[in-house]
Design a protein around this ligand. Structure first.
Ligand SMILES: Cc1cc2nc3c(=O)[nH]c(=O)nc-3n(C[C@H](O)[C@H](O)[C@H](O)COP(=O)(O)O)c2cc1C
Length: 193
């Protein structure tokens, strides 16, 4: 339902994302489950579904996601970003909370470049960025499915080998994504007080 939750006191949170092969979609679903958010999927032509723009306009927090393709967002996500020049022009998304997430094949894969782009887009809209806020699992004892094993601070990340399907994603990355969604919702509810 994309009614923007107008009658609720709970913050309205939207997860807007593009996914070519399903990995970023699974992250988006996990984040939305943690945040109690509405999903807005950018389609293969870079367009939003009916009601998508209205939901973003009504949202207190917008969490943006794209796969990392050639070190940045996909062209479909960039089409959405360019189309967001309409709310940018009127600064109607000013002071909303924003955050971001991405997936890649390589362990590093330049995912930070993608998150940096999402941050820049949020800043152009006059937004307030929410960090991932989950301590990294980076000790010798750390295991692949421990919280924030990829050690991201600026947003949520997942990594899957290039020949692994979305169904084979690391459960720890998805659980990290869910916990990240919870955090954004917590920050958003504090901002509404
Ligand atoms: C056109 C293209 C470019 C890619 N560029 C990168 C890259 O720069 N770094 C990387 O680690 N993986 C790269 N990948 C792999 C994807 O990031 C990875 O498969 C990701 O999980 C795909 O997410 P999706 O299923 O949501 O589309 C690329 C894949 C494609 C199709």
């Amino acid at each position: 339902m994309m009614d923007g939750g107008a009658t609720s006191k709970e913050p309205v949170i939207a997860v807007i994302y593009h996914s070519g092969y399903g990995h970023t979609q699974r992250m988006a679903q996990a984040i939305a489950a943690g945040a109690g958010a509405e999903l807005v999927a950018i389609d293969a032509d870079g367009n939003l579904p009916q009601g998508g723009w209205n939901l973003l306009d009504a949202a207190d927090a917008i969490i943006m996601g794209s796969p990392t393709y050639m070190g940045s967002v996909s062209w479909q996500f960039k089409k959405f970003a360019d189309a967001s020049s309409r709310p940018w022009y009127a600064q109607t998304w000013k002071d909303k909370l924003f955050s971001g997430f991405t997936s890649s094949a390589a362990l590093n894969g330049d995912k930070s470049s993608t998150l940096n782009y999402l941050f820049t887009l949020a800043m152009q809209h006059g937004g307030i960025w929410v960090s991932q806020g989950i301590q990294p699992s980076n000790s010798k004892a750390a295991q692949r499915n421990d919280p924030n094993f990829l050690g991201s601070y600026s947003g949520a990340m997942s990594q899957s080998p290039s020949d692994a399907s979305a169904g084979e994603m690391a459960p720890g990355d998805l659980e990290t994504a869910r916990a990240f969604g919870e955090r954004v919702a917590d920050v958003a509810s504090r901002f509404r007080r």
